[in-house]
Design a protein around this ligand. Sequence first.
Ligand code: SAM
Ligand code: DTB
Ligand code: SF4
Length: 316
Amino acid sequence: MKNLDHKNSWTVEELKQKYNLPFNDLIWQAHQIHRNYHDPNKVQISTLMSIKTGGCPEDCKYCSQSIRYETAVELEKTLPLDEVIKQAKEAKASGASRFCMGAAWRNLNETNIKKIIAMIHEVKKLGLESCMTLGMLSQDQAIRLKAAGLDYYNHNLDTSEEYYTKVVTTRTYQDRLNTIQNVRDANIKVCSGGILGLGEDIEDRIKLIHVLANLEVQPESVPINKLVKVEGTPFSENKEVDEFDFIRIIALARIAMPYSMVRLSAGRDSMNDQTQALCFFAGANSIFYGEELLTTKNSSVHHDQKLLKKLKIGTL
Ligand code: SAM
Ligand code: DTB
Ligand code: SF4
């Protein structure tokens, strides 16, 4: 049964045809693939921690942490190692299998890489998988992070190549692809996805899935975020994403990348339980768990526990 639907030579046209199927046909196809490749009643949970908050020089128009926008986020220093250990222990105790650390950097530098390596060592010692998202990485840096034991690196493409220039002007789509390649070449697992609600068209969303699915090796993890509207950012008043359009993209990601873990990522806080349940049916099988994402509120732990129990979904 395996491998039948797996290919990394999708055309945009083929993906559009899938996306435009009647809703029931689309989510049924996605669910069948989901069952063939994954346990449909299990989700993987990761906890996020911001190890360096605010003051980022990039101009991503959705982000609370860009120095260019007046948001409520205050600039903080890189957190000390003992704070990282404390939070990683709490994440483990609450049932997370992966600890994801994020920094508001354009790229990693020499001073910071030493701190990062120490953090990876400590997280690994606790028996947790490690994930980092630190901006651009060189080939040499990726190799050093791998040597330290890093399991995953998150670096999102966010949207289509065409729309990207409307979202960020301080780096290019190719810069993002280069870092993803450096991560892949260093044998670190790739976590890469995007955000819906940036003002993009449906076609941009389909093209994002197209780029991810056609990478030489598909990402092991594909986070699909719904924009968290942050006051003070240029995208704070963006139009809401239609729930069915969101579920369709989850289904498309599942069909195009059957082996990948599809993460129902930021924005769950503003989704009702029924929408989340349909996302799980359509192929989402990982979530961020914990009261906070990086700088914004996540769905509460209490609420998530209740929802997973209602749906009889267990954790990996
Ligand atoms: N600075 C690094 C970078 O951009 O790669 C790492 C941290 S950055 C906050 C990680 C990812 O979070 C971004 O690539 C973006 O996809 C996502 N993100 C940031 N702000 C968001 C928001 N308001 N809503 C949804 N996703 C967001
Ligand atoms: C991802 O795709 N989503 C996470 C994680 N990777 C790093 C980040 C979401 C951030 C949401 C906005 C905030 O909390 O600042
Ligand atoms: Fe900086 Fe990352 Fe936010 Fe962009 S998304 S402004 S790179 S922290």
